[in-house]
Design a protein around this ligand. Structure first.
Ligand code: DHB
Ligand code: MG
Length: 219
């Protein structure tokens, strides 16, 4: 019942503030045709990623967890033509579908995907210039590592956004010791002790249920 109300309500608001984007629609359809899991960011969150990139003037973006590259397209919509996104993906099939999707959306030239284990890859990155924006949306158990490595490569004033930190309230349920929830708890514990970032968690409800994202700014 609540889910239907949330979906109807976000649909109402989306119809006013989210403009039709044929590239994103085509990417979602192509991901579905290729049987990727239907867990891409919701439209209102994708739009938020685009607006955040524009708000901080991001030109260099890192993403952890590509899947079909829908969130990547949203962020590409928020960076200049000479902006660049590096995105990390563990599954070759996902990366292949994502590349098709970026072609469909006209953003392929701005994006580089690195296929491999996310923890190994992110630890090996030595960018010539720091990133302005990092979006973490991969295996949640590794979030402490992704967060620490993202911060290592983030400029002062840069932003880290982490998807799915609420998960129907399971993260806050300490009796739930699923590695996913434990990983997210460990990450927020790092942030509690971290004097170099300022952060908030925004809970969300909508067509993807009850969840939330973390927004952290490096001082
Ligand atoms: C799952 C993962 C996600 O990144 C998401 O946004 C929703 C669900 C999952 O693994 O179930
Ligand atoms: Mg997610």
């Amino acid at each position: 019942a609540n889910e239907q109300l949330w979906a109807n309500s976000i649909g109402f608001h989306n119809s006013y503030v989210i403009h039709k984007d044929e590239g994103i629609d085509a990417a979602i359809a192509n991901s579905e045709n290729n049987e990727l899991p239907q867990i891409a960011v919701a439209a209102n969150e994708g739009k938020f990623l685009k607006l955040a990139a524009q708000t901080i003037g991001a030109k260099r973006v890192l993403e952890v967890g590509t899947l079909g590259g829908v969130s990547t397209i949203w962020m590409a919509r928020g960076i200049p033509k000479d902006g660049r996104i590096v995105t990390l993906e563990v599954k070759q099939k996902h990366a292949d579908v994502a590349k098709q999707n970026w072609e469909l959306a006209g953003v392929a030239s701005q994006i580089e995907v690195i296929v491999g284990d996310g923890v190994e890859t992110i630890k090996s990155l030595r960018p010539s210039e720091p990133f302005d924006l990092v979006f973490i949306d991969a295996d949640k158990k590794s979030n402490p590592t992704y967060y620490a490595e993202a911060k290592r490569m983030l400029r002062s004033g840069g932003v880290i956004i982490v998807d799915n930190v609420v998960r129907d309230g399971r993260v806050a349920d300490l009796s739930n010791d699923d590695p996913t929830n434990v990983g997210i708890r460990q990450m927020v514990a790092l942030i509690k002790e971290d004097k170099e970032v300022d952060a908030t968690v925004i809970q969300t409800v909508g067509d993807k249920g009850f969840d939330g994202f973390l927004y952290a700014r490096k001082l």
